[in-house]
Design a protein around this ligand. Structure first.
Ligand code: IPE
Ligand code: IPE
Ligand code: MG
Length: 235
């Protein structure tokens, strides 16, 4: 069982287009999938679930779509956070919040605060997140903390605590729906040794059965972390 699953939820627009609906209808249907996947992960004992909701590049989309996505995010938070709390889910949001409106930022902080003591599942929403942004903000924090760049250089272990997801182990399983086979500036540092799983299923069509298929694929893989198969002693 993967301890941490990270997902690029892609394909909402195409799902809507196939039905001659506006793109936002796909995003709305995508929220239903989010609900189902959180439930399935909680039931199966996954401890960390990380969902890419909005990338630092998604600002390039038409203004109307961006603003509807922001509204949808706020609405989903408002509606779901009490239920998450009841189900012992801890909510965290990672990304550069500076570009969000004050109302959304307040909602994010309140939701994080309310659920801070929960431990069954940590749900991370990556919003206005970019993997390169993450590495750079971590580097900047590290340098600011030490006062000046270290003479002998920094180690990976020095940087890790400053990354946005310092509280979580690295993802064991990475899933991207919607058929594209790329990382799109998601967790660059943390995906170094994750098992990658790509499916053509569009996010609104992704369900518990599809999640279980991804998990089954993961459980058949041999994670060697640079070692040989023989060293692992399983074959
Ligand atoms: C993913 O679905 C959701 C976000 C990026 C917010 P898309 O909106 O990218 O859907 P497609 O890729 O156009 O189908
Ligand atoms: C990646 O999806 C970001 C999210 C799912 C939030 P995109 O649809 O924006 O990615 P690209 O542009 O196709 O790489
Ligand atoms: Mg897309």
């Amino acid at each position: 069982m993967p301890r941490h699953i990270a997902i690029i939820m892609d394909g909402n627009g195409r799902w809507a287009k196939k039905r001659f609906l506006p793109r936002i209808a796909g995003h709305k249907r995508g929220v239903e999938t989010v609900r189902e996947v959180i439930k399935a992960c909680a039931e199966q004992g996954v401890h960390y679930l990380t969902l890419f909701a909005f990338s630092s590049e998604n600002w390039r989309r038409p203004e109307e779509e961006v603003s509807m996505l922001m509204d949808l995010f706020a609405l989903a938070l408002e509606r779901e956070v009490v239920k998450l709390h009841k189900n012992d889910v801890r909510l965290r949001v990672v990304g550069d919040l500076a570009r969000f409106g004050p109302k959304l930022v307040k909602l994010i902080h309140e939701s994080e605060h309310l659920t801070r003591g929960n431990a069954s599942l940590t749900l991370t929403i990556a919003a206005n997140y970019g993997g390169r942004w993450d590495i750079m903000q971590a580097m900047n924090k590290l340098v600011a903390q030490t006062g000046q760049p270290a003479e002998q250089g920094y180690s990976e272990a020095d940087l890790a605590p400053h990354l946005a997801m310092h509280y979580a182990p690295e993802p064991d399983l990475f899933i991207r729906t919607g058929g594209e086979q790329r990382i799109s500036n998601f967790l660059l540092w943390q995906l170094a040794y994750s098992e990658l799983y790509f499916t053509p299923t569009l996010w609104p069509d992704f369900d518990t059965a599809a999640l279980n298929q991804a998990i089954a694929s993961y459980s058949n893989r041999e994670r060697r972390f640079g070692r040989t198969s023989e060293q692992l002693g399983v074959r």
